[in-house]
Design a binder for this molecule. Structure first.
Ligand SMILES: Nc1ncnc2c1ncn2[C@@H]1O[C@H](COP(=O)(O)OP(=O)(O)O)[C@@H](O)[C@H]1O
Ligand SMILES: [Mg+2]
Length: 389
């Protein structure tokens, strides 16, 4: 009998599943590795009879079919935040079934993650200066210190509700650009510092926003860019950088997220076009890779074992590497879009290999090995809700 891996998903309107094509590939890799992958949502769980009406992919007929299955020994949680109702269902499931082993877990909002990462002296120099929004006065002080400032919702996703403020030379004004909560690009406007909270009234600055030093990331054509790194546990339970790729935002956008119209490009091509020599590119890449691994490791000490993180990185014109954000439920599309199919396949395979590793460990726990069931589940709260890319 093969090992079971349950993917915890969520129904979108019309009972659609968000990442079905990813789940199909996951199922096919699973079959190759002797793992029976099935997909379910909290709505498919029969709590009384402890069984799940799950979807599984049949490669021969190329179709999804439903069948009743028992609880899997291991769950890959792919639920991103899609409204309070869905969030409540997922939280309830995770709280009810704490004994299940989870491959992935919610991390925390951007502000909590920033504070946890700044405890680490190797990571701190890579964090843009960040504060929680408190008042207009505090924002004014911050704007005096940094020529470019980003304001971001701490639980935001996909570039929603992000505003960039750029000090205008020889003036007391700022150029304000960004995207609203529905990710629509806002027209660029000239504002004074005092006008900013007025313009953004209703955005919940005090309760929801962080204010961050902006990293200059405009390319020659005015578009912004950054990098998405995928860090994953491998089949031996070791953190590895699976890959890293560049993203270039669309015109007039201050964010580079792919869902917001960003384009994927290979990291090497992008770095070479900016820094020229192989030597510089190599050094920057090494710094980025070391940082990505450190970030994953550090967060693991805070939240317990998890299988992967998508890390948004920026490289400023001097070549310094900055960490913008950590995503606990990363998409791997960036590698498909750059045509790096080897990395894309590895990115799909690794969670299955890591699941097998965890199960083998459970079968034969070594003396002194910290038993994963004992790792406390961090409490989920509204501030820790899952964020997507
Ligand atoms: N401090 C910053 N400096 C420059 N660009 C930034 C900064 N913070 C965010 N961005 C841009 O905005 C995008 C979205 O920001 P991010 O923090 O990743 O939030 P989200 O969760 O919405 O993806 C980034 O991918 C990057 O393009
Ligand atoms: Mg991001």
């Amino acid at each position: 009998m093969s090992t079971k891996l349950g993917v915890l998903a969520m129904y979108m309107p019309g009972r659609k599943l968000e990442e079905l094509s990813f789940y199909r590939k996951l199922s096919i890799f699973g079959q190759k590795l002797g793992v029976d992958v099935f997909i379910f949502t909290p709505d498919d769980v029969d709590d009384n009879r402890m069984r799940i009406h799950a979807l599984s992919y049949n490669k021969a007929t190329r179709s999804w079919t439903r069948r009743w299955v028992g609880f899997p020994p291991i769950v890959y949680d792919r639920c991103r935040y899609h409204g309070a109702d869905n969030y409540r269902k997922i939280t309830r499931f995770r709280q009810k079934y704490t004994k299940l082993r989870y491959l992935s877990r919610p991390l925390a909002n951007k502000w909590i993650v920033y504070r946890l990462l700044s405890e680490n002296e190797n990571i701190a120099p890579h964090l843009p200066s960040t504060v929680h929004y408190r008042s207009r006065k505090q924002l004014e002080q911050f704007l005096k210190k940094h020529p470019v400032v980003y304001m971001k919702p701490k639980s935001g996703t996909g570039g929603r509700g992000i505003v960039r403020l750029q000090r205008l030379r020889g003036s007391r004004s700022y150029l304000m650009q960004g995207r609203d909560a529905e990710r629509r690009i806002l027209p660029a406007t000239k504002v004074t510092a005092a006008q900013i909270p007025v313009r953004l009234a209703g955005w919940g600055l005090q309760s929801k926003y962080i204010v961050q030093q902006g990293i200059p990331l405009e390319l020659k054509d005015g578009r912004v860019h950054d990098f998405r790194m995928l860090v994953q546990k491998d089949g031996q339970g070791k953190w590895q950088v699976t890959g890293c790729a560049g993203r270039i935002g669309p015109p007039f956008s201050v964010t580079s997220n792919l869902h917001g119209g960003g384009k994927a490009i290979s990291m090497e091509t992008l770095l070479k076009s900016r820094f020229g020599t192989e030597e510089r590119v190599k050094t920057i890449k090494e710094t980025a890779y070391t940082l990505g691994l450190r970030v994953a490791q550090h967060l693991e000490t805070k939240f317990g074992t998890y299988c992967e993180a998508g890390i948004d990185l920026a490289v400023d014109p001097s070549g310094h590497v900055w960490l913008l954000e950590v995503n606990p439920k990363p998409s791997r599309d960036v590698f498909r879009l750059t045509g790096d199919l080897q990395t894309y396949r590895k990115a799909i395979r690794r969670p299955i290999e890591f699941a097998l590793h965890l199960l083998q460990q459970k079968a034969a726990p070594k003396a002194g090995t910290r038993h994963l069931d004992l790792v406390p589940q961090p409490r989920q709260s509204e501030s820790q809700r899952d964020r997507s890319d």
